[in-house]
Design a binder for this molecule. Sequence first.
Ligand SMILES: [Zn+2]
Length: 190
Amino acid sequence: MLDNKGYTVGSGYELVRQKFQAVKWNQCVWNGWCIPRHQFIGWLIARESLQLKMKLFQLGIAADDDDCLLCSNASETHKHLFQECTYGRRVFSEINNLCNMSIPMSNHMQWAGNGHVSRLQKGVLLCIVMAAYYHIWMQRNKARVEGCILKPDLLSNQIRREVQARINARLLPVTDRRDLDWLRSVKLYL
Ligand SMILES: [Zn+2]
C-alpha cells in the first residue's frame, strides 16, 4: 500500500478497487459530443445488453418468434439490428446522402472512433452514429408497440436535425478553418 510517497489515498484505492479489462468502445460512447440519452442506449448496445427478441425467445419469455421487428428477415440480435438490418442500412445510407458522408454499412462505431480525422470531426461522427443507433432502437420499440415505423428518409432527417442542434450548441465558435469547412461540407453547421 506504500509507494515512494508513502501511503496515499490513491494508492489505497488502487489496492482495493476491482480491476476490469479496458474496452475499446469506452471513448466512442462516453465522450462530450454525443447526446446523453443516446449514450445510454449506445452503452447497452456496446455491452449487448438490450433485451432483444432473440434473448427473450431463447428464455421462453414474451416472444412467439425471434424475427427482427424492422425487416422480418433475420433473428433480432444486436449484430443484426445495428449492423445488418436492411432498415438500419437504409437509415445510414440516407444520412450519407443528406450529409455528403461515407459512413460504412457496418462497424460504424469502430469506424467513427478510429478515423484519422480531427478531434472535432471524430466527435461529430460519433454523435451521428450514436444518434442513429438510438433512433433505430426507438423505431424497433415503436414497431413492437404500435406496429408501424418511420420511413428511413424521415428518420434520417430527424437524426440530422438533432445532431445539428447538438453540434451547434456545443461548438460555437469554430476557429479551425479546416473543421469549419468540413462542418459546412457535411451540412451540420448553421
Ligand atoms: Zn432487421
